[in-house]
Design a protein around this ligand. Sequence first.
Ligand code: HEC
Length: 468
Amino acid sequence: MSAPKRQRQSFIDWLDERANIKPLMNEMLYHRVPKIVNPLDFLGLATLFVFINQMLTGMFLAMFYEASAKTAYQSIQYIMDKVPLGWVIRDLHYWGANAMVVLVAAHALRGYYVGAYKKPREITWITGVVLLFITILFAFTGYLLPWDQQSYWATMVGTWMPFYAPFVGIYVAYLARGGTYISGLTLTRFYSIHMLVLPALLLVFFGIHFAMVLKNQMLVVEEAEKKPKGTKGLVTFYPYTVFQMTMLIVIVAIVLLILALSQHAPLLAPADPLNKAHYNPVPLWFFFSIYQLLKYIPPVLDPLGIVGLPAVAVIVLIALPFFDKNPRHEPRRRPWAMSIAGVSVAAILFLTYLGAINQGIPTGGGSGGGGTVAVVQKPSFKTDIEPIFQTHCAVCHSGSNATAGLDLTSYASIQSKGITKGSTYEQTILWQKLTGKLQPQMPLGGTPLPKTTIQTIANWIAEGAPNN
Ligand code: HEC
């Protein structure tokens, strides 16, 4: 009797007999969920889908990409021109990366808006904040890999940022670059971080994030269940929600594909570390707001803008569930939370917009107020010249292993290198380096110094470069 029955046994039964999956499947597929869901509550799913796109396209790219200063650029060209459909894969990866940053940020904002960071979902929120920063690091490390002018100089600008942190800043900056400036060493470490370190970290934090979502269920589900009987509007997860999710994924996939097919990921001229072509460094778009802000604050506050504000943002985001004890979820009942976030988001968006139409780092390579500096007629080394070198040059030219053996923070070193020697200031190496008469122009990779500042230095040299 039992023999023919067993032959008609389905695969599910076969698996259930061995792995006892039926209770789990029933729980997963037939649990009750709200019938109507705001698409914004699916942003997490959209992000996950785009991440899977990144993983798959990334694996294909890795089959052809060669991470070395000599071959990286050519291998990208090869992918674009020779590999069948290689360009689609790269464009999907590029647009997926941008979409990830936007989607993760939007997902976090939605979570903030509905109050999903509140008890008992604190762990979900904190792991989410970590995932946001992992995403930004993914984009940042990936940006260097094509090794073209844009990626090279954007990374020069970006790895400059930690330099402004007190005490450890310079070590962090050097560690990120693998030296004083961007080289093949930077490339290989960014590549290894991009495809080994970050994916591992992401899987760990996403695992916790997702497990907590399953454990505590989504806020929308919890709220629907609290409603009085008969008005709950609950349906089973399968097929209703599964259908909604599938539709969303199809839409995201179509949008990605349209972007990838209509606009190539950029590939400029190959990276030129001496910047002979005078490429004007542009930071990554999600740093636009920071660099735009720097244009409005005095240079002494630069460290606050570049390191202070982002650090405060991270701390506030992580600590948010602990100092916002208001148990209410409805946005109407949280006027403070809504107004503070509203103003911050509007400010960031506005600064990003201004930064986008007005690209580039502030005049003077990292310090504001460039063009308006007054010329000093009889400059003193201590009060006029040294501060210029400190802000614009010290990141490379300071300390015992300063670039080109030139420590611009020490008068003795400036003397011994003879860069101010010449019968007129036009003949000195220093002046020629600052004006570009002698290539590469200094500050290497930064915006040239304002003419007035160069004139101040010229006046100092004309006075005989005194140590006053
Ligand atoms: C991003 C790193 C970096 C920054 C910032 C930078 N330099 Fe340089 N500098 C270099 C490198 C690399 C060299 C060697 C390349 C060359 O000139 O052939 C160099 C060389 C020089 C030289 C020539 C030294 C010699 O003995 O020939 C002078 C002078 C100089 N820099 C001045 C400056 C001044 C002044 C500033 C600030 C306005 C500055 N540099 C900012 C990296 C930098």
